[in-house]
Design a protein around this ligand. Structure first.
Ligand SMILES: Cc1ncc(COP(=O)(O)O)c(C=O)c1O
Length: 413
C-alpha cells in the first residue's frame, strides 16, 4: 500500500495517528538487526532444560582498561556534563587526528576533517546519509555486516552486493565482479577492513585495485575499520584511505573505540574525511544525535593518548581464544574452520551437513543450547557457514564450544 492509499486525503497526520498502521513506509522496510532478532528468538523460547550459551555477539567480555574509566569519573566529578561540541570535543578530535597519523600515516585536520560519533554505527549512518540520495546504489562486499543494510533501506538506497570468493579460509573480492556491479546510480562503496564476519584483512594491493575502480567510477569509499587493532600473527591493517592521495580524497574512514578498547557500551566512534564530506556528516549529526556525552569524550581522549599496552594484552587474549576455537573444532571431520586474520569471529564451514545455515543455527540453539550466528545473515555468499564469536572467553567459551562440537557431530552423523 502506498502512502497516498493509506492516508485519506485532507485528514493529514490525525488520520495517520488513528490508523492501525501508524509507522511510515520507511519503517516497513526495516528489520531488526540479526543479533536483535536472535536474542528475541532466544527470549521467546519455551523453558529450555538449560540456559543457552552464547557464541554470537561481538561484544568483548574484557573490562574497559581502568585508566579510561578513571578519566571518565574524573571528568564527571569535574562537571563535564554539559552539551558536547557537536562535531566532537576539540581535545578528542586532536587525539583522533594524532592516532590516525601515528597508526595509519594519515594526515587529517582536526578542525574540519574529524567527527566524533555515537559509535561506528552512527558514523556509518552519517557517512551514507551525507552522500546518498534516494534511488542511489551502494556497493557492499558480501558477506556483509548485516546492520549496513538497514541504513541503506532507511535512506532509500539499493544495496548491490559485491561477490567474494573464499580460498583457504581467506575471502577476497572478484575484480571482474567489481567492474560489473557498478551502475549509473552507484554512488558509494562500503568496505569493512578487517572484515566482519570473514576475519579477512584487505591487502594494500587489493585496496589499491578497489580505489582505482572507485576513482574510475567516481565513487565515495566508506571504510569501516573498527577491527583495525585486533590483529593476529604477522597481519597488519592498512587503511583504505592510506593507499594514495587520491584515495584519501574520496574516502570516509569510520571507526570506534568499541572493540579496540572494550568500550562497546560507551558508544564512542569517530570518522575522518575530506572537509566537504565531513561537513555533510556533521550536519546529519547536528540534526540528530548531537554526539556522545562530554565525559565519555574525555575518557576516549585518555584511551587514544594513554598507554597502548592494554590493547596488545587484549589482542593476546583474543589470539589464545582463536586457538581454543580451532582446537575445539579443527579435527571434526566434515567441518572446516577458517582462521581469522583479525577481529574475534571464526567462520566455520558446515556445508557438509547439507542444511541451510539458519536451520543449523536453530537446531544448535534448541537441541544443544548454544547460540551462534548463521552465515546467511550476512548474505548468500556466507550460506553454509556459521560465525562463532570468541569475544567472550573463559567458561562461556569452553562450554559453548563443547555444546557446539556435540551439535555439529550429531548433525554430521
Ligand atoms: C563491522 C562493524 N561495524 C560497526 C559495528 C558497530 O560498532 P559500534 O559499537 O562502534 O557502533 C560493528 C559491531 O559489531 C561491526 O562489527
Amino acid at each position: 500500500m502506498t502512502a497516498t492509499e493509506r492516508k485519506p486525503p485532507g485528514l493529514g497526520h490525525r488520520a495517520r495517528y488513528m490508523s492501525p498502521d501508524r509507522t511510515s513506509e520507511r519503517i516497513a522496510a526495516l528489520r531488526p538487526t540479526a543479533v536483535n532478532m536472535i536474542m528475541a528468538e532466544v527470549r521467546a523460547l519455551p523453558d529450555l532444560p538449560r540456559q543457552p550459551v552464547s557464541l554470537m555477539r561481538g561484544e568483548p567480555d574484557l573490562p574497559t582498561p581502568p585508566h579510561i574509566v578513571a578519566a571518565a569519573t574524573t571528568a564527571l566529578r569535574g562537571g563535564r556534563t554539559g552539551y558536547p561540541n557537536n562535531q566532537g570535543e576539540p581535545t578528542l578530535r586532536q587525539a583522533v587526528a594524532r592516532a590516525l597519523e601515528r597508526e595509519n600515516g594519515l594526515g587529517y585536520r582536526w578542525q574540519d576533517e574529524v567527527l566524533i560519533t555515537s559509535g561506528a554505527t552512527f558514523g556509518i549512518y552519517a557517512a551514507l546519509a551525507a552522500v546518498i540520495d534516494p534511488g542511489d546504489e551502494v556497493l557492499m562486499p558480501e558477506p556483509s555486516y548485516d546492520a549496513y543494510h538497514g541504513v541503506a533501506d532507511l535512506l532509500g538506497a539499493t544495496v548491490r552486493p559485491l561477490p567474494s570468493r573464499c580460498t583457504a579460509g581467506r575471502y577476497s573480492l572478484d575484480p571482474e565482479a567489481l567492474r560489473e556491479a557498478s551502475r549509473p546510480r552507484t554512488r558509494a562503496l562500503l568496505l569493512n577492513t578487517p572484515w566482519n564476519p570473514t576475519g579477512t584483512i584487505f591487502r594494500r594491493e587489493e585496496l589499491e585495485a578497489i580505489q582505482t575502480f572507485a576513482e574510475q567510477r567516481d565513487l565515495i569509499v566508506i571504510s569501516d575499520e573498527i577491527y583495525e587493532k585486533i590483529l593476529y600473527d604477522e597481519h597488519r591493517h592498512v587503511s583504505a584511505a592510506s593507499v594514495s592521495t587520491a584515495a584519501r580524497e574520496r574516502t570516509i574512514i569510520v571507526n570506534s573505540l568499541s572493540k579496540s578498547y572494550a568500550m562497546t557500551g560507551w558508544r564512542l566512534g569517530f570518522c575522518a574525511a575530506p572537509a566537504d564530506l565531513l561537513r555533510g556528516m556533521s550536519l546529519v549529526l547536528q540534526q540528530s544525535s548531537r554526539g556522545p556525552s562530554t565525559f565519555v569524550q574525555d575518557a576516549a581522549t585518555a584511551a587514544l593518548e594513554g598507554p597502548q599496552d592494554c590493547v596488545a594484552q587484549m589482542c593476546r587474549e583474543y589470539g589464545e581464544r582463536r586457538q581454543t576455537v580451532e582446537h575445539a573444532l579443527g579435527d571434526l571431520p566434515g567441518v572446516n574452520v577458517c582462521s581469522p586474520e583479525a577481529g574475534f569471529f571464526t567462520m566455520v564451514d558446515v556445508r557438509q551437513i547439507g542444511n541451510d545455515s539458519n536451520r543449523i543455527r536453530r537446531t544448535l540453539l534448541t537441541d544443544f543450547g548454544v547460540v551462534v550466528m548463521h552465515g546467511a545473515a550476512y548474505g548468500p555468499a556466507a550460506e553454509g557457514m556459521l560465525r562463532i564469536s570468541f569475544a567472550t572467553g573463559g567458561e562461556n567459551l569452553t562450554e559453548g564450544l563443547r555444546r557446539l562440537r556435540a551439535g555439529l557431530q550429531s548433525l554430521l552423523s
